[in-house]
Design a protein around this ligand. Sequence first.
Ligand code: SF4
Length: 72
Amino acid sequence: MTDIKTIVKAWITASNPSTQDITKAEERLSTCYECPELKKLASIEYCSKCLCPINKKVFSEQPTCPLGKWKQ
Ligand code: SF4
């Protein structure tokens, strides 16, 4: 389970990402889009393993994929 500090920090980073943050997020997103755990509810894409919205989760400082699929 991802702790609240990590989640809040990811949301803050997502609101004003650096070029490096965007590159990392895009790489993570490409992994998520090939993962069967990525689900969609209305227009919100989320990880069914942790229930986090994926467009924010990919901006976490450390890799937080519950299945360890992210390289960075
Ligand atoms: S965070 Fe990991 S488990 Fe969740 S959708 Fe992305 S690749 Fe799949």
